[in-house]
Design a protein around this ligand. Sequence first.
Ligand code: MG
Length: 382
Amino acid sequence: MSLREGCKIERIEAIPLRCKLAEPFGYSQGWYEKRETTLVKIVTNDGIQGYGECFGPIAGNREIVEDFFAPILKGKNPLDVEELWEFMYNKGRAAFQSFIPMTAISGIDIALWDIKGKILGMPIYRLLGNGHRDEIKAYATGHYFKKTNSIEELFSHIITEALENVKAGFDMLKLKIGLGVLGFDLEEDIKLIQRVREAVGGKVTLMVDANYAYDPHTAILIGKELEKAKVFWFEEPIDPTDLEGYKEVKAALNIPIAAGECLATRYGFRDFLSQRAIDIAQPDLCAAGGITECRKIADMASTYNIKFIPHVWGSPIAIVASLQLIASLPRASLLEFDRSDNPIREEMGKSLIVREGSYVKVPQNPGLGINIDENIIRKYRQ
Ligand code: MG
């Protein structure tokens, strides 16, 4: 019996994980008091298991994975991953009309690639095209806001974290701005970047993420200050869907503009790429359509000579899925390495994520290349 005929999806399970944080942290759009995610586990008729991850809250993902997609995918061949992507996308649209549940599709897609790699005996990046990649350059994300008594205390908190990241081997750091959420204004946003720049010195690369805190006019004002501070890229300056606004901001600034973590699918990226509204495309594998779709977005970006640096935020499954995709690409990219508080990521990742300085190892085992410790899953499962 051939692989094609013999292999079938037997079971699809949503695994919701949640933990409360000891201390909340914030960014321009609000505060995180917990971390949560939904893993997807797919088991085939011959017992092969694959894991994926859905971006975002448990609510919605759990139900759509288990009640909507699991029954219609049962019995299908997991090797047909791209065909199954189209099947899910079309079924999703027909069922929900006003939106397509891309986070759920993403989690299932990643799990299918994990299975496919295990069946074919190769890490995913090799299935997608490349020969051998050992490691990927990473940058540190974090430096979130804390609830402090003064702006100076907040600055010193963020500077301490930045210096710790440099000490840990990172030479590229991403900072958050948009201190309006704490009642401050643009001056403090600019001062924060200047203070961190002074503290870490000129050799460390800084990137800045506004998480759409501004309108285009304000983004241009602040972008000019970021240029002076030699910031490497300005991320999500404005509303993620405002194509014309991005073109306006990009035209007015010399600093590269990054965006895309709030966009999904090749259709969502199409106009941003073809109209050159951004310099760096940042889809999240767990939200934009999984490995299948993000590889397509990466290829589209390369057509327009736009960099592809995916957004990464989640458990070690999101991290290794991103590593596998990045390792498959012919052009250099970077791994976003989240350093903010997340006990689930830390506990699961201890034996799975291997970082040496600013480089993270690409798992070489088949599929995603990792074995999930089910005891940790049990600990955080909701
Ligand atoms: Mg971001």
